[in-house]
Design a protein around this ligand. Structure first.
Ligand SMILES: Cc1cc2nc3c(=O)[nH]c(=O)nc-3n(C[C@H](O)[C@H](O)[C@H](O)COP(=O)(O)O)c2cc1C
Length: 370
């Protein structure tokens, strides 16, 4: 199947298949502590922050999804226009197709045309680091005048995809280091719904990576997507995909694990983030900003106004969460008291995370990389 056809099927299955929230982000095991006298009004809250040397008007982004054909160009165009109006960052989907087929270029270029000022993030898969030259990757970056390049990790999807590549070798980390030295923009390592563990965070830190999108489990399940695609074709792997459909590190746990290891990294807390309270929790747990993909896609199909309305409701809910925790800005949100219970508490205990040490780390999140 061509990359273009596969991309179209991915959009259809994520929109209409039952692949969202198969497992929990464990955000429900996080309570932000209510403050009855916040000390300011909701109008005084400042949710602006910095990302990739640019001011952004809210601490969340729309993570990379698509590009590659005329239909998919429309999706990138709509997201870019709305993201620019609101002032939040946007990622494009894997740009591999634009290396292999120059006709696909415009579907990515449109993002920068519609969004001249926001941070835009280019995208390529980890296994592709083996095949492409720095020059080719530079071309992808230039297509959208990207502010950063995301290298995505999706081994759990690839293993169930008939055309999948499971060559996730440690050696490519060296290529990552070389690439990051040759580029003049930061490199973001990004999961795609299974989360980053302490062990992976350690590897990334050792290789000088300082921007990570943890994209944890609890939102779009890419194993679920491949299960549905496999069922359509009577692929025997689809039965096994069902077994693994809830695989991954829940987003809340992955934010904690990654921050515990990468104390000074810029962390994007995403995966199953569905509203402004989730954004507030992701930031309080240790992310610098949060992000989501599927909810934005769902609104894009209904049009610009729907996406705008959704993003505005996320902003309102985030501000309510900040008001009720006494956080006048994003820096204060990193420091709010929170209670971790049930499975998330078991998780961090089982993983040997010392709560007091974690509390110290999250309250001293560094602004250097902003
Ligand atoms: C239709 C669709 C296509 C996606 N394609 C890509 C991609 O090409 N590259 C990438 O890094 N992530 C891709 N993602 C993953 C998202 O960026 C995100 O990490 C993941 O879906 C979890 O977030 P969510 O639960 O908010 O959807 C895609 C997501 C969706 C819904």
């Amino acid at each position: 199947m061509s990359i273009k056809k596969r991309k179209m099927e991915h959009i259809e299955v994520t929109l209409y298949g039952d692949v969202d929230g198969i497992t929990s982000t464990l955000m429900s095991d996080v309570d932000l502590v209510h403050q009855a006298i916040p000390g300011f009004s909701i109008e005084e809250i400042n949710i602006g922050t910095k990302f990739l040397k640019k001011e952004i008007s809210a601490p969340f982004m729309i993570t990379g999804m698509t590009g590659g054909s005329e239909e998919l160009m429309l999706i990138n165009s709509t997201i870019a226009e709305v993201a620019e109006n609101i002032g939040i960052p946007m990622g494009v989907g894997s740009q591999r197709i634009a290396i292999e087929n120059s006709e696909a270029e415009e579907s990515f270029r449109i993002a920068r045309k519609k969004a001249p000022s926001i941070p835009l993030i280019a995208n390529i898969g980890y296994p592709q680091l083996a095949n492409y030259t720095v020059k080719e990757i530079d071309k992808l970056i230039n297509l959208i005048e990207a502010d950063a390049l995301a290298v995505h990790l999706n081994v759990a999807q690839e293993v169930f995809q008939p055309e999948g590549e499971t060559n996730y070798y440690f050696e490519y980390l060296e290529k990552l280091v070389d690439l990051s030295r040759s580029l003049d923009i930061p490199l973001i390592v990004k999961e795609t719904g299974c989360g980053i563990s302490m062990e992976t965070a350690n590897l990334l830190e050792k290789h000088g990576i300082s921007y990570v999108d943890i994209s944890g489990a609890g939102g779009t399940s890419w194993i679920g997507v491949e299960m549905i695609r496999g069922q359509r074709r009577n692929n025997p792997k689809s039965k096994s995909a069902k077994l693994f459909a809830n695989w991954g590190i829940p987003t809340a746990a992955s934010i904690i694990e990654t921050r515990y290891v990468m104390n000074n990294a810029f962390i994007i807390g995403s995966g199953g983030i569905r509203n402004g309270l989730d954004v507030a929790k992701a930031i309080a747990l240790g992310s610098n900003i949060s992000g989501f993909a599927l909810p934005a896609l769902g609104e894009v199909i209904r049009g610009k106004a729907s996406l705008t309305e959704f993003l505005q409701s996320v902003i309102f809910e985030l501000k309510v969460g900040m008001l009720l925790t006494g956080s006048k800005d994003v820096k204060q949100l990193h420091k709010v008291p929170l209670v971790i219970s049930s499975k998330l508490l078991n998780w961090i205990q089982a993983r040997g995370i010392e709560v007091l040490k974690y509390e110290e780390i999250r309250k001293h999140i560094d602004g250097k990389l902003y």
